[in-house]
Design a protein around this ligand. Sequence first.
Ligand code: AMP
Ligand code: MG
Length: 488
Amino acid sequence: MKLGFEHTYAALPARFYARVEPAKVADPQVVIFNRALATELRWDPDMDERQAAALFSGNELAQDSTPLAMAYAGHQFGTFVPQLGDGRAILLGEVRDRHGVLRDVHLKGSGRTPFSRGGDGRAALGPMLREYLISEAMHALRIPTTRSLAVVTTGEQVYRTEALPGAVLTRVAASHIRVGTFQYFAARGDQEAIKELLDYVIDRHYPEARDAAVPALAVLEAITARQAALIAEWMRVGFIHGVMNTDNTALSGETIDYGPCAFMDRYDPKTVFSSIDLGGRYSYTNQPGIAQWNLARLAETLLPLIDADEQRAIELATEVIEGFVEQFETAFLVHMRRKIGLVSAEDGDADLISLLLAAMQQAQADFTLTFSKLSRAAQSPIEDAALYELFTAPADIDGWLQAWRARLVLDPQTPAERAETMRLANPEFIPRNHRVEAALQAATAGDMQPFHALLGILQRPYEQQPDAAEFTQPPPPSEEKYKTFCGT
Ligand code: AMP
Ligand code: MG
């Protein structure tokens, strides 16, 4: 069996990775298979299920696979760890998708590797399905992300605080190169490897930087631009990544690593879900600042390639990193304007948006519901009543609604155009934490129906789905205190 794999990463020097095969598992069974994504990869969407189970558990290697675990380092919660690497993941190879783009195909939970440190190299079904669900929801929200091709149970148990069904996720990514990949070589003073990795990143993600005066600087600029755009996308839907370590920052600009992420319900910029993030380092509001911090760590590794004069290199890199703030703010303002129905720009818009967010925070209004109800209020003031329900009293939002309507008059869209702008900026459906948990619990107990139902809803986040109205609703008060976990 061949899958059309290419091996550009495996062609890099041996110190970039460890060659290792996935562990064999007892009884692989496909739990979910993403036929649309298989088609995108030019694979048979109706692949025989036994074949899929064998391939995407790691039990059978395609003849053209050259499995490897990638080396990388990373700052975890601000502390540098010089060696992390794929401790439970294996790159099977790369496939050229139907747009001609090379995509990594990677197993997660496929056994120990030389980078496993203390870990068992395994994954439990719940967290792998969680990554599948949330990454596919992000994709449907039109946010750059790694994708999920399959989850296959292993027929073995993994031991966490309890015994859980084991599973392997097949992740598809533009690549798995991270800020931490550069840091790995920088920590070893391996300038040759940094140069080689940079060339690879240019070829694979930023070919336009090849002819720039200073390619390393052009790549840093391009990565910075993609991160600014990405974080603005997260912020517009209330996504909290939860573990923005430098090893979880992909240079492709995709969202990667769905461990402790979650979507915010009530609007509070300090929201944190991760059980280990006690200081709130990766809270909702800190995400842009952390992304910039991570980019600065990348910049440090590139300095020798930016200019032979270190001082000059620092100046040039600093200018790029400082530019992140404005790029993020500009992108975020465009999104937020659209969320309140504006496509034109006026001086007071940022203030108008801040005032709305302040009112939402004051009332602890649900982030997603506020904007979807605002979309309706834009069409008719009769709908204001539904919006009032999210606030303590109508007076808390009435003044703002008046200022907003005065601003809408200056915007050139027809009512129909505005309705469409707002529909596409304001999802009706996000992966609500309590719904995700319920689906995963059922799946772990052997019932996939709630998972499939939820996935189906989340694949059309911007559409009205009258049958799924209850999935637009925030959790009941008893389920508001949601906690997430890393490395499960
Ligand atoms: P993450 O928190 O998923 O970004 O993982 C951080 C590091 O821990 C990476 O090097 C992972 O490969 C490693 N890791 C996480 N879980 C396991 C596990 N069960 N076994 C081995 N390594 C793991
Ligand atoms: Mg990671």
